[in-house]
Design a protein around this ligand. Structure first.
Ligand code: ADP
Ligand code: MG
Length: 498
């Protein structure tokens, strides 16, 4: 070999070595990056951990807070609000009734026809529309004029097909925000939640606002009841099955109500009802306990929300927030490694990843996870390998599993408070043989998260059995109530007339 050839060979070897070194270096770097991501995931899993022991602590805390909220005004983060609903629909109601429901994402209008027997419940013309986002921080006048206008259109459609003119219509206003009631048909807004911000309305009578708007439009409709959405769901549950004593909503937000004995509502001494009980709206979204497994993502989400330091439980378990927790985890991974490619500016937008997408990711059963790829593309993350897509599925699983299990702990807390969890309640000294655990108990559940997100529902139901044990669980029936809030509120109005 000549000198020149040797020199070339030497250069080639050196070049090959440096290419190999660069490749090994890259691989090691990429391994390090992957390790970073795995560590972030591990930290998330640890921080979201909900072993049954911890869930039981949450159960106890929920029951204790319920007692405190019933004992004195402001005694707990749980407001435990009176609803003035002491009788629930029986199935004997008759007539035509309407419901208008302002939820967190949707508003709904429907009509029910009742014919004296349970089997004659006919739900008609269910209209469901997204609430236009500009209304969420508009004015009271703009919001209520919009609702009245929507009702007017609903009625006009009906008039084309029937001869119901000249009859005053009885309307239930289902309102999914905290209200301090003074009667079943009146109450003032305590605060907004779920991103609504119309400050002038706080302290205003909500039913009066709607009635005013209906009158201004010349609609002969009477707001006969102002009903929390959970109370609507309880009413429908009870109408079909009188063992229904608890109702929970998992939609944009989350809340629960239940039937309580009036003598247990200590803060309202002397409260008398014919049935001896009253439905209490817990406003459980605001529940808090140091036993709740909180992550740095929850802390940041809360701090940046329009209602910081408020609705801590809701922010861990409801549809408005699960997507944003997942987004925050992906963003952190994307900032600390390059596995998601260049950092997507879209990924920094709060609430850009919806919980509907979380369930679509979680339940993607295509072999290559094409749905995951499509959703990631929508938030500016393109062409990530399969193992990264699997990682995203795992994040959704961790966040939703925690939500479902905490939701179950909340329900078990209510059952504990009313002595239906097999333990005899927290203040009772009753012996095990006296325990009411043999009583069948139905929990009515509604809301888009519960109805549409199978994995959330399964995690919740599985954890409920884990907490209560197989034996007691046999007596606890969880029943889905689609559109229960609106239908049940109309039934409640019907029961007031009969
Ligand atoms: P509202 O809260 O307005 O009463 P819903 O009870 O229908 O309305 O709940 C709507 C919310 O439920 C959505 O904003 C979303 O968070 C959640 N949701 C609806 N569909 C799904 C789904 N397929 N997967 C996961 N979450 C869903
Ligand atoms: Mg709802």
């Amino acid at each position: 070999m000549g000198k020149v050839a040797v020199a070339f060979a030497a250069v080639a070897v050196v070049a090959a070595c440096s290419v190999a070194a660069v490749m090994v270096g890259r691989r090691m770097k990429s391994r390090r990056k992957w390790r970073t991501v795995v560590e972030i995931l591990k930290e998330l899993e640890d921080d979201c951990d909900t072993p049954v022991g911890r869930l039981r602590q949450v159960v106890d805390a929920m029951a204790v807070e319920m007692h405190a909220g019933l004992a004195s005004e402001g005694g707990s983060k749980l407001k435990m609000l009176l609803t003035f609903v002491d009788d629930l629909p029986t199935g004997r109601e008759k007539g035509t009734y309407y419901a208008l429901h302002l939820g967190g994402t949707y508003f709904r209008i429907l009509r029910v026809l009742l014919g004296d027997q349970r089997s004659y419940l006919d739900v008609q013309d269910v209209e469901r529309h997204p609430i236009p986002s500009h209304l969420m921080n508009s004015t009271s006048e703009v919001l209520f004029n919009f609702l009245a206008f929507s009702l007017e259109r609903f009625i006009e459609k009906e008039e084309n097909g029937s001869d119901s003119q000249g009859v005053r219509r009885e309307l239930a206003f289902t309102f999914s925000f905290p209200v301090k009631h003074t009667s079943i048909s009146s109450g003032v807004l305590i605060k907004w939640t779920k991103g609504f911000e119309i400050s002038e309305m706080v302290g205003q009578d909500i039913a009066e606002c709607l009635q005013g708007a209906l009158n201004r439009r010349g609609l002969d409709m009477h707001v006969a009841a102002l009903v929390n959405d959970t109370v609507g769901a309880l009413s429908l549950g009870y109408y079909h099955d009188p063992d229904t004593v608890v109702a929970v909503v998992f939609g944009t937000g989350s809340n629960a109500c239940y039937l309580e004995r009036t003598d247990a509502i200590i803060k309202c001494q002397g409260l008398l009802t014919t049935s001896g009980s009253m439905v209490v709206n817990m406003e459980w979204g605001n529940f808090w306990s140091s036993h709740l497994p909180r992550t740095s993502y929850d802390i940041d989400l809360d701090a940046e929300s329009s209602n910081a330091n408020d609705m801590g439980f809701e922010k861990m378990i409801s549809g408005m927030y699960l997507g944003d927790i997942v987004r925050r985890v992906i963003l952190r991974m994307s900032e600390d490694s390059d596995i998601f490619g260049p950092i997507s500016p879209v990924l920094s937008e709060p609430y850009v990843l919806r919980t509907n997408s979380v369930s679509a990711i979680h339940e993607d059963d295509t072999p290559e996870l094409q749905e995951v790829a499509r959703i990631l593309k929508d938030i500016g993350v393109s062409d990530v390998p399969l193992k990264v897509r699997k990682l995203v599925v795992k994040i959704c699983d961790v966040v939703t599993r925690r939500a479902g299990r905490l939701a179950a702990a909340g329900i078990a807390g209510i059952l504990k408070k009313i002595g239906r969890d097999g333990s005899g309640g927290i203040t009772s000294g009753r012996s095990r043989s006296e325990i009411q655990m043999q009583k069948r108990t139905v929990v009515a559940v509604e809301g888009g998260l519960y109805i549409n997100y199978t994995m959330f529902r399964e995690y919740m139901e599985e954890a409920l059995v884990e907490i209560l044990g197989e034996e007691v669980s046999q007596y606890v029936v969880v029943k889905a109530m689609e559109d229960g809030s609106s239908i049940g509120s109309a039934l409640l109005v019907a029961s007031l007339q009969s």
